[in-house]
Design a protein around this ligand. Structure first.
Ligand code: DGY
Length: 323
């Protein structure tokens, strides 16, 4: 029997690439060079499945190109705001993603950025590396205490809850959160967390705010007004998507000291980061590392592969994106 023809848009962990090779007629991306628009059109016309990932820039006309062959987009990643779900469905494509397996590692990075921003670890490292450290003194690089502080969470899904767990059980933090729907009392009780009605209420009540809501919304959830509601001593942590924050408004708030700091793993136009944001000392910047551990990346690849196997076996893939 002919094997389904798959193409993978970026390099994946070796063990998963080996599994794909055994299972499918697969074209891998050995060079790891991102696909351009023409490569996506060609992939959609020549392969039964395309296995894209979160940093891919899929052009709108790929979905409507003549003679599209692709029936499955098995995304490597939980976020799928880089895929036009409506256009994919209209083109007869099934879309899947990889939820659940990156929850812990993403919450770990969020906690790391929170600690780094609060305790000025990035700034301190720069001081040490540039030979500008003159030694211990009682007033040197004073930061904000994390233990016992209030953490506000925007988006109380899997990753938001994992962050609450770390903050509450690890650091004795009080947790408040905002979520689009009402969160069950027994879930909130696990971290003694209180659901508030609005983003503004969470911003105002918190010493640290961590974002765990989906990207791809019409407007950023954290806009100038939301930032204005934060305490001047507050820190904003974003491991969700760059477009959930108005980056220009955030840069201004940090520059003018209207908030104390930020820890960012995601950006509006990755991998480009505005020079005036990079110039600030009170922001910790990471290159979208949330899921970057071998265990997690293998789990993501295996989940995307499982989705493809189920699809080509004629079963419903376990991680269908409904749109
Ligand atoms: C995802 O899967 O959406 C993450 O951003 C990758 O780390």
């Amino acid at each position: 029997m002919t094997k389904p023809k798959l193409i993978v848009t970026r390099k994946w962990p070796a063990s998963v690439e080996a599994r794909l090779r055994e299972t499918f007629d697969v074209t891998l991306n050995e060079t790891d060079v991102p696909f351009d628009a023409a490569a996506f059109v060609s992939a959609f016309q020549n392969y039964d499945a395309v296995l894209p990932t979160v940093s891919d820039m899929i052009p709108a006309d790929a979905y409507t190109a003549p003679n599209v062959r692709t029936k499955l987009l098995a995304n490597f990643g939980v976020g799928y705001n880089h895929i036009d779900i409506t256009a994919a469905h209209a083109a007869g494509m099934t879309v899947t993603n990889t939820p659940g397996v990156l929850t812990d590692c993403t919450a770990d990075i969020a906690m790391g950025l929170l600690l780094s921003s609060a305790r000025r670890i990035g700034e301190g490292e720069r001081e040490v590396r540039s030979d500008n450290w003159t030694g211990w003194r009682p007033t040197h690089m004073i930061g904000a205490k994390v233990t016992g502080a209030t953490l506000g969470i925007i988006g109380f899904g899997r990753i938001g809850q994992a962050m609450a767990h770390r903050a509450h059980h690890g650091f004795g933090m009080k947790v408040v959160f905002q979520n689009r729907s009402k969160v069950a009392d027994d879930i909130a009780a696990q971290t003694n967390a209180t659901q508030l009605d609005t983003v503004a209420e969470v911003m105002a009540a918190s010493d640290f705010v961590s974002l765990h809501c989906p990207g791809g919304q019409a407007e950023p959830i954290v806009n100038a007004a939301a930032l204005a509601a934060m305490k001047p001593s507050g820190h904003l942590i974003n491991t969700a998507r760059g477009d959930v924050v108005d980056e220009t408004a955030l840069t201004a708030a940090l520059k003018e000291g209207r908030i104390a700091g930020a820890g960012l793993d995601v950006f509006e136009k990755e991998p480009s980061i505005p020079a005036d944001l990079k110039a600030l000392d009170n922001v910790v910047l990471a290159p979208h590392l949330g899921s970057a551990t071998l265990e997690t990346r293998e789990a993501m690849g295996n989940m995307a592969t499982d989705n493809a196997i189920a699809f080509f076996d004629g079963d419903t893939p376990p991680n269908l994106v409904q749109g």
